[in-house]
Design a protein around this ligand. Structure first.
Ligand code: DHB
Ligand code: FE
Length: 311
């Protein structure tokens, strides 16, 4: 069908009516966004001559995506979450804000409520035969290198199967396994004693993987560890690092890898004295640099629906 109808008065009126742009009430910003997104969709249907069968396949896909609870997963897999980071990076650059640890995506698997400890916490609650001990430690400073006291560092990562507690389909993990939170003292130091994660893969029969399959893309991430770092006087940092050497580091389906977020992994001994499961362990030093508030405000706090549990 080559007929083009998008520009017709009938279609333009239909779009305005659907978003109620000229009507009273509602949220003006929301109306504007719905009108624009719907217009872009209608235009794409016209331009690409998207067929009714394709439209209904898409509508049914959205139903399935919701049933699977995977909309946030798909958002990352399609680069939308990375795009938000690119925009925030550009905003920082435009106002001359530099020098902090680079941000990268949060992903959909954070759970709030991990018990907060002073300085150090042990994150592994459940035994994991296939995972060796890992210590993650470092200092939180400001952009001038001054230690930040009372910063809260939250950390979460997967087990040796690539599963996160709270979202583990095998039910093998307790709440808050491999999730921890520590508060820094005057020296700005933090430490997590934990187990080495492996990379996450999208649920193989879920709707995200279904879409990726049709694009001939995989749905895997390299092994990685997530962080939030919060402090009253600085902007909240959302970041991750990758485990050096993982073959997927530059092939992450969620596009979270950044050059500065691949710290070296060091082999150490003396784990027994630290209460680790083996004497030999891996050690990763990763220092966080927090950036100042912008005109007294934290402009990089992101509000989104997050899972919560009670410790
Ligand atoms: C995504 C992010 C993660 O950190 C993860 O472990 C799984 C999925 C995501 O962005 O989709
Ligand atoms: Fe993750």
């Amino acid at each position: 069908m080559s007929a083009k109808v998008f520009e017709t008065q009938e279609v333009q009126d239909l779009l305005k009516s659907a978003a109620n742009v000229d009507g009273d009430g509602g949220n003006v910003r929301f109306k504007q966004i719905v009108h624009r997104l719907l217009s872009d969709l209608f235009k794409a249907v016209d331009d690409l001559d998207i067929t009714p069968d394709e439209i209904w396949a898409g509508v049914n896909y959205l139903n399935k995506l919701g049933q699977d609870g995977e909309a946030a997963l798909l958002a990352a897999g399609l680069g939308l979450e990375k795009y938000l980071d690119i925009r925030m990076d550009a905003e920082d650059k435009a106002i001359g804000l530099a020098g902090g640890t680079p941000r990268t995506i949060e992903g959909p698997l954070y759970v709030s409520g991990a018990p907060l400890r002073d300085g150090m916490t042990k994150m592994d609650i459940n035994p994991d035969e296939d995972a060796g001990p890992l210590v993650i430690r470092g200092t939180v400073t400001d952009v001038d290198g001054k230690p930040v006291a009372n910063a809260v560092v939250e950390c979460w990562h997967a087990n040796s199967k690539g599963f996160y507690s709270h979202f583990d389909p095998t039910g093998a993990q307790s709440d808050f396994n491999l999730r921890g939170a520590v508060k820094t003292g005057a020296d700005g130091q933090y430490e997590f004693r934990t187990l080495m994660p492996v990379g996450y893969g999208c649920p193989p029969h879920g709707s995200t993987q279904q879409l990726l399959n049709a694009l001939a893309r995989h749905g895997n991430r390299p092994a990685h560890v997530h962080f939030f770092v919060s402090s009253d006087d600085h902007r909240k940092l959302t970041t991750q690092f990758n485990i050096e050497g993982d073959p997927l580091i530059w092939d992450d389906f969620a596009y979270a890898t950044r050059e500065e977020l691949i710290p070296p992994v060091t082999e150490k001994t003396g784990g027994a004295a630290l209460g680790l499961k083996d004497d030999a362990y891996k050690d990763i030093e990763f220092n966080f640099v927090l950036t100042p508030l912008v005109q007294g405000k934290d402009n990089q706090v992101v509000h989104r629906l997050r899972a919560a549990a009670a410790a």
